[in-house]
Design a protein around this ligand. Structure first.
Ligand code: ZN
Length: 151
């Protein structure tokens, strides 16, 4: 009986210890914004919103576009242009904010948030829309917008 009790005590102490470690892990982990089902579909499952439906497609306010998931600044309004494609288009990103990964079939290059890995869309080169010859085709739902006046 005595052994059983001390065994139980040790097990209990180990359990508490493990819980503390988990709590610590949670506290130091990156804080993410809550995503709704559609945002999760695009951002985490690499989905695509329907063209001409996103709130930032026809949006020309001055400011900064942030990652919907982790708030990292990704694009500036001065790099936004209308490619008539139905999605927000940018010819440049904020330096170091966007990661490029060639799709498995080698045809397209996926763009993700460098900080948290959120799926943004795809980047296309050589289309000649702007002098930078680059089009980041980004889902509105992957972005939040911070107007310049509220910085
Ligand atoms: Zn992010």
């Amino acid at each position: 009986m005595k052994y059983l009790i001390s065994g139980l005590l040790i097990a209990l102490m180990m359990h508490v210890d493990a819980q503390d470690k988990n709590k610590l892990k949670k506290d130091t982990a990156m804080k993410f914004n809550e995503l709704n089902a559609f945002e999760k579909y695009v951002i985490e499952e690499k989905g695509t919103e329907r063209p001409f439906t996103g709130i930032y497609y026809k949006h020309d306010e001055k400011g900064t576009y942030l990652c919907k998931k982790c708030n990292a600044p990704l694009y500036r309004s001065e790099n936004k242009f209308d490619a008539h494609c139905g999605w927000p288009s940018f010819d440049d990103e904020i330096k170091g904010a966007v990661k490029r990964t060639v799709d498995a079939d080698g045809r397209r290059t996926e763009i993700t948030c460098f900080k948290c890995g959120a799926h943004l869309g795809h980047v296309f080169m050589g289309e000649g829309f702007t002098s930078k010859n680059t089009r980041h085709c980004v889902n509105s739902v992957s972005l939040n917008f911070l107007p310049e006046s509220k910085k």
